[in-house]
Design a protein around this ligand. Sequence first.
Ligand SMILES: NC(=O)C1=CN([C@@H]2O[C@H](COP(=O)(O)OP(=O)(O)OC[C@H]3O[C@@H](n4cnc5c(N)ncnc54)[C@H](OP(=O)(O)O)[C@@H]3O)[C@@H](O)[C@H]2O)C=CC1
Ligand SMILES: O=C(O)C1=N[C@H](C(=O)O)C[C@H](O)C1
Length: 268
Amino acid sequence: MSLRVAISGCSGRMGRMLIEAVVGSADCQLHGALARPDSPTLGQDASAFLGKNSGVLVTADLHQALSGADVLIDFTRPEGTLAHLTVCRELGVNAVIGTTGFDAQQKALIGAHAGHIGIMMAPNMSVGVNVVLRLLNLAARSLNEGYDIEIIEAHHRHKVDAPSGTALQMGEVVAKALGRDLKACAVYGREGVTGERDPSTIGFATVRGGDIVGDHTVLFAGTGERIEISHKSSSRVTYAQGSLRAARFLASHPAGLYDMNDVLGLNA
Ligand SMILES: NC(=O)C1=CN([C@@H]2O[C@H](COP(=O)(O)OP(=O)(O)OC[C@H]3O[C@@H](n4cnc5c(N)ncnc54)[C@H](OP(=O)(O)O)[C@@H]3O)[C@@H](O)[C@H]2O)C=CC1
Ligand SMILES: O=C(O)C1=N[C@H](C(=O)O)C[C@H](O)C1
């Protein structure tokens, strides 16, 4: 039987990419498409932008979109995600969360919902980025003395959160490998007379412009050498395919909070 997938933020950059992926998939069917109450797309067929008819009309009614769905895939904003999760929990619908920019309190709320439904949350659904996170763990443990660590990310002009969720996750992985607390050692941008670099810090730099899909580099700068571990996305299709993989994963797992390592079997 097909996996019944609902998409929120259905007219956003990722929402459209996800609808295309679901409509083109052999084992998923579009079940619901959510937009905000003021969206001009309300009432239209959710795949009209593809020149296709899915039979699913865009709605702002959470219960209408989510009743009978197996899973919601949500790439919106933190406050939207949390509102959607409340209804997912009420209706027993699993959730794949790609939204970034949650604060600690919001993450705790998501954790509480995961006691009742399956939730897979990751700031980056691409297989490549999740392999890079593994490489960073190895690199940080090996380069734990004498290397200054800087994380540089670049995204399109429309992105609203900074640093990116992926950059922050890379920082968490590196800090953990070094036995540091990212909250205590992160430096988010520099200006003016900053003084010499504190070797215990992890620096972040953010670039925003044009249509950059998503570039991330972690720089280990030593004396006489630099190591750079980079990932560059050239299409959002990788995020959509990773999200469908996560949706399938949740269908065969009990309630709980999962990440891409679980989906890709990298925790084994
Ligand atoms: N995990 C991953 O792999 C990836 C994560 N992302 C993250 O996904 C999120 C969305 O990115 P992107 O698609 O580029 O953004 P867009 O701005 O293109 O789309 C966001 C969508 O969410 C809707 N939305 C905004 N606020 C709310 C709200 N409060 N309640 C319900 N819906 C809302 C918007 O509606 P409207 O059209 O009416 O404004 C829009 O349709 C970001 O947090 C981004 O960082 C992005 C790519 C990959
Ligand atoms: O907003 C985006 O576009 C992206 N957001 C995610 C993030 O914040 O890390 C993932 C990807 O880099 C694209």
